[in-house]
Design a protein around this ligand. Structure first.
Ligand code: FAQ
Length: 329
């Protein structure tokens, strides 16, 4: 049996020799059923999930770098301990996500190779530098805030292993967002220069955080199909709007401003209007031309190479155990 949380009996097991049965698959999605690893699924659905989950996993791993940069310079032991825990959480998220991708028949080592050779992407946001301690607060508040807004609906993604990984990831991201808010609140209520540092970090991270949601809906080639398949539940612009509406009152509570003169409440729409986003910047960063792309990838490749001995040791240990189990059997 390969049951799931939602009516496992609707499932059609994938038999290698049997052609894909689109009607059964469509009926499963229409009934809000979850697709599980060994179920029959269209090849495009599988590829889309591998693309998105791998990009998501890579983002969590590369995302350790901007904040990791401040672990040794955190302003107190308490801040250092919290930041170390947060960065470790991001590593854990990367691992859940690689494991979720592997349920689709791909190999983690291969996904990592694709990242290293530039064939797979990671989130644009991690190509911006962390210049001051306040940037750690801005990442927690804005970047984790944007990540949660995007990921809470992914807890209802049609693919079971991804949806389930997201439940735990979102719980941890909520803690991350609160710690970022608390860093900025402390700075904003500190000395004038601390408040200026917090404001400067928010000024630099606001627009890149809005870009995390991806291109606008009319320029988002993957959205329509991903939404039809129940992978994405809301469009890029819908989630961006949700994030803006959630964040504006939080900025007021922080005593900080958001760097957008066009930001104002629209009574008719029941949401905040905001200024034009410079999407050419997003596309440039995605193409590899952001402020830190080269540095991030160089560091990632070097860390991977430096860790080769640990992977070899783990493999040798696993082989030794497999041999021992075999000889006992
Ligand atoms: N950066 O057609 P769409 C985090 C690409 S985790 C780079 O709209 P889609 C936690 C997109 O891949 C942050 N590339 O694509 C944390 C596609 O290219 P492709 C990551 C981007 O997939 C916090 C092309 O543009 N979160 O922050 C970006 O339907 C703090 C066309 O775009 C996820 O990955 C971008 N911003 O929608 C860690 C969440 N936007 O692949 C450490 C899951 C778009 O066709 C510290 N992913 N592209 O060659 C998603 O929800 C979606 O994949 C989107 C993009 C919304 C990112």
């Amino acid at each position: 049996m390969y049951g799931n949380d939602f009516g496992g009996d609707q499932h059609t097991r994938h038999e290698p020799d049997r052609p894909h049965d689109d009607r059964a698959f469509t009926a499963l999605l229409a009934g809000e059923g979850r697709v599980e690893p060994r179920d029959d699924m269209p090849e495009g659905y599988r590829k889309t999930l591998v693309r998105q989950i791998a990009q998501h996993a890579h983002s969590e791993i590369i995302g350790m770098q901007p904040e990791g940069n401040w672990i040794s310079r955190a302003p107190s032991l308490r801040r250092k301990a919290i930041l170390m825990a947060k960065v470790q959480d991001e590593a854990g998220h990367g691992l859940y996500l690689y494991a979720a991708a592997e349920t689709l028949g791909v190999d983690r080592a291969d996904l990592v190779d694709q990242l290293h050779s530039g064939r797979q992407k990671y989130s644009s946001i991690f190509n911006y530098p962390t210049l001051t301690w306040a940037d750690v607060g801005a990442i927690g508040w804005l970047v984790d805030g944007a990540a949660i807004t995007n990921q809470v609906p992914l807890c209802r993604c049609s693919y079971g292993p991804y949806a389930r990984a997201m439940v735990r990831v979102c719980k941890e991201e909520s803690f991350h967002q609160r710690q970022g808010f608390e860093i900025l609140y402390t700075l904003s209520h500190g000395t004038p220069s601390q408040k200026a540092m917090a404001q400067d970090a928010v000024n630099r991270y606001w627009w890149p955080s809005l870009m995390m949601f991806g291109p606008p809906d009319d320029d988002s080639p993957n959205s329509a199909q991903s939404m039809a398949w129940g992978i994405k539940r809301f469009s890029n612009d819908e989630l961006r709007q949700r994030f803006v509406d959630m964040t504006v009152p939080q900025a007021q509570a922080l005593g900080l401003t958001l760097p957008d003169p066009d930001l104002r409440w629209n009574d008719e729409r029941g949401g905040y209007d905001y200024g034009e986003i410079d999407f050419t910047e997003l596309f440039e960063v995605i193409r590899g031309n952001g402020p830190c792309n080269t540095e991030r990838m160089a560091h990632k490749r070097a860390a991977h190479q430096a860790g080769a001995w640990a992977r070899d040791a783990a493999e040798a240990y696993a082989e030794k155990h497999a041999r021992r189990t075999e000889s006992v059997a």
